[in-house]
Each structure stands twice: as C-alpha cells, then as structure tokens.
Design a binder for this molecule. Structure first.
Ligand code: SAM
Length: 244
C-alpha cells in the first residue's frame, strides 16, 4: 500500500521535474528573445544601453560565435520577422488555448512577419533554378505562378518582381490577411504595372480576335479591363465565381 507521505513526495518530484524541464526550455526562449533583440537593434541602427548590448552579444555568441556573420540586411529582416511571429503565435496559443487548429490569426504583426519570411522563398527558388535549367527557363517565359495560401501576399509580389514574364496569382481563404495583401499589392506598384502590360497584350490579342469575330474581341477587352491582378488575392471560390 502506498503511504500518503510517499504520494506527496511523488508529487513534489514530479513538480520538480516540471520546473527542471521549464528551465531547460526557457533558456531557449530567452536565447531566442536575445537574438531577436540584437537583430532589432541592428535593423533599427540603435546603440541601446551598453550593458544590455554586451549581454545580448554574449548570448548570441554563446548560441554560435559565427551566428550573424555574413547575414545580409534582407536575411536579418527575415530572421527578426521569424522570431517575432514565433513569439506572437506562442502568446496567442496561451491566450486562446481552446481555439480550433489552423491559421486564424488577426494580429497584423503575425501576418506581416510571416509574409516577410515567406518572401525569401523567391530567392530560394531562384537559387534552385540556377541548378535546374528547366525550372529557370519556366520562370522566365510567359506562364502562371500560383501562390496558394498567399497570406499578406509578399511572396507573390516578390515573385512578380523577380519573374516579370509570369502571371502571378495569390489565393487565400483568410480575409484579415487578404486585406493586408491588397494593401501591399497596391503599394508595391506591381499590380498597376502588370495590369498595364496585360492590357497591352490583351489589346494586341483583341486586334487579332477582331479578325475572328465580335464575340472573341469583346471577351479579350473584358480580360484587359479586369487586369492581371483582379482575381489575385481572392478566395478560390470567388475566383471561379468571377470567371477569372
Ligand atoms: C502559414 S500561413 C502562410 C501565409 C503566407 N504564405 C505568408 O507568408 O504570409 C498559411 C496560409 O494558408 C492559408 N490557407 C490555409 N488553407 C487554405 C485553403 N484551403 N485555401 C487557401 N488558403 C488557405 C491561410 O489562410 C494562411 O494565410
């Protein structure tokens, strides 16, 4: 039979091991926070308090002495965004432990940070394309690039910049992210440029279609009016409903 005192001892042991685990896990959390703080000071070109700065640098060195060597400004921005979104997502989980699984974030910092991270994928695809000739050629000839789960749209915008021959379409089902995607798209100037190029192309096609009848010509003009990005950042369902 187990005595009451041994049960209490078991409970204490188990709480002690929980605290030990927390200490181990927390050192990673704090190290990540220090790395984020150091990256923010660098990004914003702030000196900060000299004592704090030296502590932060010490933590970063302990993680890995060469951790930030050779990291360019874009990579610094992406790494900081990654850390920010991780912390925000973790806080969101603690605040809403009963929530459903999936991507339902409304916090603009989470949405924007995730987008900043994702835009680097375009560089990764370009790096891969340098080794894969077929991929490289496909990226630079007319075609379509579909970004499923585009979020705030940065990957799609970056793709449109990197590979101007492609028609880029971003789709997502989460309206709070799409609101930011439309704003980013409008501010990027990509939509306007692409819509103009598309209109020129459609105009040329329209002149050719004129030889083939009024119906075809009207369809071509409609395509030109809507522009390349009219359908971009709409729901998948809405895209088919619009007949894009
Ligand atoms: C991890 S987030 C990445 C977002 C985006 N790539 C970025 O970096 O900002 C995943 C995205 O996929 C979207 N998503 C999930 N299921 C989807 C579906 N069935 N159709 C379209 N989008 C979907 C979510 O709404 C969310 O925006």
């Amino acid at each position: 039979m187990v005595s009451v005192s041994s049960k209490v001892a078991d409970c204490e042991m188990s709480f002690q091991s929980l605290i030990t685990k927390w200490q181990t896990l927390n050192s990673s959390v704090e190290a990540l926070a220090a790395l984020g703080a150091e990256l923010r000071l660098r990004r914003e070109e702030l000196d900060g308090d000299s004592r704090m700065r030296s502590l932060l640098l010490d933590v970063v060195r302990r993680i890995d002495p060469g951790l930030l060597d050779g990291i360019d400004a874009n990579e610094e921005r992406a790494a900081l965004a990654l850390i920010q979104t991780s912390f925000r997502q973790a806080i969101d989980l603690i605040k809403n432990p009963a929530r459903a699984p999936g991507w339902h974030y409304e916090d603009p910092v989470i949405l924007k940070s995730q987008g900043q991270v994702s835009r680097l994928n375009v560089r990764s695809i370009d790096t891969l394309a340098a080794q894969r000739r077929d991929l490289g050629e496909a990226l630079h000839r007319p075609g379509a690039f579909l970004d499923v789960g585009t979020g705030v749209g940065w990957l799609a915008i970056e793709a449109a910049r990197a590979w101007p021959a492609l028609r880029v379409v971003g789709i997502d089902s989460w309206e709070p992210a799409l609101v930011l995607a439309r704003k980013n798209l409008a501010e990027s100037g990509i939509a306007e440029r692409s819509a103009r190029e598309f209109a020129d192309r459609a105009q040329r096609r329209s002149s050719m279609d004129d030889k083939g009848g009024r119906g075809a010509s009207r369809r071509a003009r409609l395509r030109a009016d809507r522009g390349v990005f009219t359908c971009a950042f709409d729901y998948v369902g809405a895209e088919s409903a619009n007949g894009c």
